[in-house]
Structures are given as structure tokens and as C-alpha cells.
Design a protein around this ligand. Structure first.
Ligand SMILES: [Zn+2]
Length: 161
């Protein structure tokens, strides 16, 4: 694939919600929604220069802009395919983007989130980021561990590691 991973943006079709969320957790710019199917997906991708991720075999016939046909039904296999095909570094920009709405996350001072997160999280975490759009709070340390565990499942270890 000829795309630069730094500037790559995605448009995921409506069958790929879980994949879209995981790519966002990696910091990838992914649009996704019920309207993104068929020509709606093609139009949005073309307007914004996005690579289409699709499970729709018939999309080809609609003369789409560049797309990646996603082979698997399982999100782990899907994620593995996209990471490989697009040469993504899963952790390079992890937790820079909201998994729910694709907005860029902003740092939040610890004292500002006290009433917004569970007490055990507040007492055990130091670093928080928040979504300016949906107000969701993320605490990268814990999320990182979960994500690393998940990524270990999807990323075959390199020879020699
Ligand atoms: Zn959000």
C-alpha cells in the first residue's frame, strides 16, 4: 500500500464498528457510522481523502477510491490485517483519539476529574485525558495495559523477540 502511515485516514463501513474503535484507540483517524455504506461511504472517503475499510464485496463495482477489503469477521484478525497492510505502529499514537467519536483527546489535570472517574481510578492514576466532544475520560496507564494485552493477541511476535 502506497500510503504514508502518518497521514493515513480511514473510512470504515458500518459492519466494522469494533475495528473502527480499536483503530481510534491506536490514534488513527477513522470515520464510522450507520450512514457510511455504499455510495455514502464512497462519497465521504473521496471528499476527505480516506482509505475505505470494507467488508462489502460489491463496493468494487461502484468504482470506489482506494479501499482495503477486510477479510475476516473477527475484529482481532481485522485489526491485524489493517496494521500489517498499512504499516501502522499500534502504540505510537495510542490514546490520542476518542474511541467513541474520533475527536482528539486533551490532557486533563488530575484535580479536574475527581468527580468524573471512579474513586479507585482517581487514587491510583496520575495521567488523564478527556474527549472535548463526548466528555469521556481516559486514563492511559490502565488502558495501555489492556491494549497491550490485546495487541499481543493480534500481533505475532517478531523473530528474535
Ligand atoms: Zn468522545
Amino acid at each position: 500500500m502506497e500510503h504514508d502511515p502518518q497521514t493515513l485516514k480511514f473510512a470504515a463501513d458500518r459492519m466494522l464498528g469494533k475495528l473502527a474503535r480499536w483503530l481510534r484507540l491506536m490514534g488513527q483517524d477513522v470515520i464510522y457510522g450507520p450512514h457510511l455504506t455504499g455510495y455514502g461511504l464512497i462519497r465521504a472517503a473521496r471528499q476527505e481523502g480516506r482509505l475505505i475499510l470494507t467488508r462489502d464485496r460489491r463496493l468494487k463495482q461502484k468504482q470506489p477510491p482506494p479501499f482495503l477489503f477486510i477479510e475476516s469477521d473477527g475484529y482481532r484478525e481485522q485489526l491485524r490485517q489493517v496494521v500489517r497492510a498499512c504499516h501502522l505502529d499500534p502504540m505510537a499514537r495510542a490514546f490520542t483519539r476518542c474511541a467513541e467519536c474520533n475527536a482528539l483527546l486533551e490532557p486533563r489535570a488530575k484535580q479536574k476529574v475527581e468527580t468524573l472517574v471512579p474513586p479507585y481510578v482517581f487514587s491510583s492514576q496520575e495521567r488523564f485525558v478527556a474527549c472535548p466532544h463526548c466528555r469521556r475520560i481516559y486514563w492511559p496507564a490502565t488502558h495501555h495495559e489492556k491494549m497491550l494485552a490485546e495487541l499481543r493477541k493480534i500481533t505475532p511476535s517478531e523473530p528474535g523477540n
